[in-house]
Design a protein around this ligand. Structure first.
Ligand code: MN
Length: 291
């Protein structure tokens, strides 16, 4: 059974105690098992408060972040790389202290629009830092995920194939592919091949519509995606990710280009998505058994 997750930005743009409780209470009320907490500024997270709230509401947590150009571990500049390495180790410590088992996102490069392709030197920096991070993560039983994002949000890993190559270069079995249908819609040939190619290397999934609003109201081929997950017997988390200018986080919303309202009622959105994911997962399993 896959855990079904809710990205915190569906509910709140920050992580004060009131925001944390709102995000957890609403996730619980709408039937989610897991909350994905952005840790772009890991030291700002109140770990003991969050951990207590997770226990109170009976939810698991996953953590995610995107690096900035000031902390880009794929930079050619060793000072920038060192800042990124330090930030990632802080994020890992927060993940561990929250009791979470997953840290992912755009962690191998900056999250943002590059004006150049990646350099071989920069990529080797990223591989080296990631190798050290996976070793540290393994000590806490944490899996790291490389989110495959579109070309306007990274220049390093835009396809599942590139993520698999990167994982092979790092050579760690707790580094996994993180696929997101919103990005696959832009970069991949279809919604099946990348899932089948990742197979047991797939560690985390974001489901998002092509416009990042209500699932099923855009052009993403969700039936094909869910069938592919069933075909590889994917058991990991499936997290709903949606953004609207109705809820904004300073920095992140602008980086992601969230300029308009794709929804205004988070509770309705979340309930709809929970049902949509459940139907998608169950429908694909039934089809798999029947095949
Ligand atoms: Mn995503």
């Amino acid at each position: 059974m896959n855990q079904v997750g809710a990205h915190a930005l569906m509910w709140v743009g920050g992580w004060s105690e009131a925001e944390c409780r709102k995000a957890l209470e609403n996730s619980r009320a709408t039937g989610y098992d897991l909350i994905e907490i952005p840790v772009l500024d890991p030291l700002s997270i109140d770990v003991s408060m969050t951990r207590k709230a997770l226990e109170e509401f009976g939810l698991s947590a996953a953590c995610s972040l995107g690096l900035s150009f000031e902390t880009d571990i794929s930079s050619a500049d060793p000072e920038v790389v060192a800042r990124g390495e330090s930030l990632l180790h802080d994020a890992l410590a927060v993940t561990r202290d929250l009791g979470a088992k997953y840290l992912g996102g755009v962690i191998s490069s900056a999250l943002g629009k590059y004006m150049n392709p990646p350099s071989a030197r920069g990529r080797s920096h990223s591989v080296r830092v990631m190798r050290g991070l996976t070793q540290q993560a393994a000590a806490s039983g944490i899996t790291l995920g490389l989110e495959v994002v579109n070309r306007y949000e990274s220049n390093l890993i835009n396809t599942a194939k590139q993520a698999l190559e990167f994982i092979e270069d790092v050579g760690a079995n707790n580094l996994k592919v993180h696929l997101d249908t919103y990005h696959m819609n832009i970069e991949e040939a279809d919604f099946t091949t990348p899932v089948l190619a990742s197979a047991d290397q797939l560690g985390y999934v974001h489901v998002g519509e092509n416009h990042r609003g209500y699932l099923g109201s855009g052009t993403v081929d969700f039936p094909a995606f869910f069938r592919a997950l069933a075909a590889i017997n994917y058991q990991g988390p499936v997290t709903f990710e949606s953004f609207s200018s109705a809820v904004t986080a300073p920095g992140l919303s602008n980086t992601l280009g969230i300029w308009r309202n794709t929804w205004t009622d988070s509770l309705d959105l979340a309930r709809h998505a929970r049902q949509f994911i459940n139907a998608g997962l169950r429908g694909a399993q039934v089809a798999q058994v029947g095949a």
